[in-house]
Structures are given as C-alpha cells and as structure tokens.
Design a protein around this ligand. Structure first.
Ligand code: FDA
Length: 364
C-alpha cells in the first residue's frame, strides 16, 4: 500500500480543488508546488495591507450558481464589478463598448444614433471579405472604435501589426446599446473578501502541502509514494519536450507602492495607444474597496515569451496545437496520471472553468 492515494503536482486552483474533493472522500493527498507559495497564478502578496495580484488581475465571474456557491463556502466574495476604462490620447472611454463609450466618441445619446454611426462606418469601409485582424475589426465596428480602442492595444498584446494578425482572432466584438459598464455578462462576479489566498487556504485546509519542490527533481521518488499522480504542470515538460516546446505569450509586471491613497480611481485602466509600452495599469486596492493610506499599482507589459519565462497565454496556432495533440496522445495512454489545468491541457481557462474541470476530473 502506497503512502498517498494522490500526489498532486501544482497547488494552483486545479490542484487545490482536486485535493480538496479527494480529501473529502477520505483519500490521502500530498500536494507539491515548485513555487514557495500555494495558489498558483491566483496568489496575492500582501503589501501595505493590500492584496496584490502578483500574476495578473483576477476577477472571478461565472453564470453557474453551483460554482459560485462552491467558492463562497471557503470565503465570502464581495460585489466588485469589473468596469475598466481606456485612455487614448488623454481622453477617457468606458469599456466594454457601450452607450457611455459611444457618447464619449461621438456625442450620440440614443441607441439608434449609435447604431447608425457604427453602421455608417462599417459601410464606409467597404470591407466584405476581411483578410486580417484590422479589416475584421473595422468591418465589425467601424474605424473610430478600431483606431482609438482596439488597434494599439491589440498590437501591443500580440507584438505584431494588426494587419499581420489573422482575422479569426476576433470573431465578435460585443457592443452594447445600454449605459452599462459592467465588463462581464455573467450573473455572479466578485473578489474574495480578504483576498484569493483565503480561497486557496480554505481549499487546502488539513491537506499536506510541500512548497518549493519541483516534481521533476525527484520524479521517481514522488511517484513511488502514490497510486495516482495529478499533474498540473506543463505537459511538454512532462515528456521532456520530445515534440518540441509549446509556446506561450508572456507578461511583465512592474509593481510600485505609492504614498498616496488613490492613484487612478479604478482597478483597471487600459492604455490603448501603441507607443505606450504597457497595456494596463492595475490599482489593486480597488478590487476590495481598500481605504489604506498607500496604494500599489502595477504596470502590465506584454512580453515575448522565451523558454524559462513565466508562461501566461497559450498560443493556439496550428503548429502549437499539433504539438499539443501529440503530447495529449501520450497523456491519454497513462494509466496512473491525470493531466489537468491550464498548463497540462495547454488551454486558457478562466478560474470558474478550471474549478469545473477539476470537479469533473475528480468525479471521473
Ligand atoms: P496554475 O498555473 O495556477 O497552477 C499550476 C501550479 O503548478 C503552479 O503553482 C506551478 O508552480 C505548479 N507547477 C508547475 N510545474 C510544476 C512542477 N514541475 N513541480 C511542482 N509544481 C509545479 N481567470 C478568471 O476567471 N478571471 C480573471 O480575471 C483572470 N485573469 C487572469 C489574468 C492573467 C494574466 C492570466 C494569465 C490568467 C487569468 N485568469 C483569470 C486565469 C486563471 O489564472 C487560471 O484559470 C487559473 O489560475 C489556472 O489554475 P491552474 O491550477 O490550472 O494553473
């Protein structure tokens, strides 16, 4: 008999939810993570009493009442509503594109006026068969929204000109003809009161966790301890990169503590001009309606990913998708390893999706 039923590699959301469910069923789990903290990318660092989202801004949102209740059993969520603003040439615009934005762009006040304006610009463009992202966006929303709010931001994010990006990246550009700045359409959204670490702590309560441990440094030893491995690290690394490395887009964060109470009045401000090197500034205290004397802001820069860097967004182009398929074929044949989470499935997952996936994997 092995010491553990499950060895869980990665204390992120996937690993933590899986460990929690397995423990509840009387299974013995060991969770390891190579970082010196649990939580994976939702981990926050407390600076000046403010929960700083170290790996990017995280806003929980879902339409699924079951998932909302699930997370709220560990920590109560607040009523934070994501309503980012965008700055372009010193002018401020509400996001997502809605009646406030259209008023700011054109001075129009009624939905009909806004619809007419967009239709007029779409017609004027004459684009019927968009060949790249730029043409695609203009054919959907016209030139004003595109040039002021989409072009620069998108080019920074992808590190390429919009005319060199494929049209399929943008399938739809949601526009709303109501005065509604709520970024998400989901029924439930919020931030854990006291921060995301509370969620992680709740999930991992009573479970053995070892931090600062890389699975690959003593793989055989760890495997010998358990019946089943739940692997939430990179699938290509698991197989020694034999089909080549899966590529990602990365980000670079610059955190700053400022000796003022309120820097920008909003948690998220996007900078949509191409010549400004960062894409957004996050002011963390506003996620929790903080009243601290100081504030912490983060400039978020897109970064070309190189091996060894933090992997944020999978690049789901043809080459990488093919590579992933090859790895996944091997993974499917493993009898005692479960692969799950954003790195093992090489997939962009929102938090509620990764929780749903972990719950489903455990059931199976
Ligand atoms: P995660 O990466 O969190 O965990 C994997 C863990 O495995 C890591 O802790 C890692 O250290 C560990 N590990 C890897 N290899 C290992 C090894 N060899 N040995 C030991 N440990 C190893 N979602 C949302 O709903 N709302 C939002 O606002 C955002 N915002 C957001 C911003 C940015 C910039 C990104 C990139 C992502 C988001 N997300 C999001 C998505 C969210 O971050 C994501 O759904 C979860 O964090 C994924 O959890 P996982 O457990 O899959 O991976």
């Amino acid at each position: 008999n092995k010491k553990y039923d499950y060895l869980i590699v990665g204390a992120g959301l996937f690993g933590s939810v899986f460990a929690h469910e397995a423990t509840k069923q009387g299974k013995k789990c060991l969770v390891i993570d190579k970082r010196n903290h649990a939580g994976g990318n939702i981990h926050c660092e407390n600076i000046e009493g403010i929960n700083v989202h170290k790996y990017g801004a995280h806003i929980f949102h879902t339409n699924d009442k079951g998932l909302w209740d699930y997370v709220n059993q560990f920590v109560e969520f607040n009523r934070y509503t994501n309503s980012p603003v965008a700055i372009h040439e010193d002018k401020l615009y509400n996001l997502p594109f809605n009646m406030n934005t259209f008023y700011q762009l054109w001075g129009v006040k009624t939905p009909q006026e806004a619809m007419d304006k967009i239709e007029e610009q779409v017609k004027e463009s004459g684009i019927t068969d968009p060949q790249n992202l730029e043409e695609q966006a203009i054919s959907l929303v016209g030139k004003d929204i595109y040039y002021k709010l989409i072009k620069g931001y998108t080019e920074k994010q992808w590190g390429r000109k919009a005319t060199e990006l494929p049209a399929f990246i943008i399938k739809r550009l949601p526009v709303r003809f109501t005065y509604d700045n709520n970024y998400f359409n989901d029924k439930y959204q919020g931030i854990p009161i006291g921060g995301y670490n509370k969620l992680t702590e709740g999930l991992l309560e009573g479970i053995e966790v070892k931090l600062g441990v890389d699975f690959f440094a003593s793989k055989q030893e760890y495997e010998s301890l358990c019946d089943t491995v739940v692997f939430t690290g990179k699938i290509d690394e698991y197989y020694d990169f034999r089909f080549g490395e899966l590529e990602y887009r990365s980000l670079h964060f610059e955190h700053q503590t400022l000796d003022i109470e309120n820097y920008q009045g909003n948690a998220v401000v996007n900078y949509t001009e191409a010549h400004i090197p960062y894409t957004r500034i996050i002011e963390h205290k506003h996620f929790e309606f903080g009243k601290q004397d100081k504030t912490v802001i983060t400039h978020e820069y897109p970064a070309e990913w190189k091996s060894g860097m933090e992997s944020y967004y999978p690049v789901n182009d043809e080459i990488n998708s093919l590579k992933f398929k090859q790895y996944n074929k091997l993974a499917e044949k493993e009898a005692n390893v479960i692969f799950g989470g954003r790195l093992a499935e090489y997939k962009y997952y929102d938090m509620h999706q990764v929780i749903a996936s972990a719950l489903k994997h455990f059931k199976n």
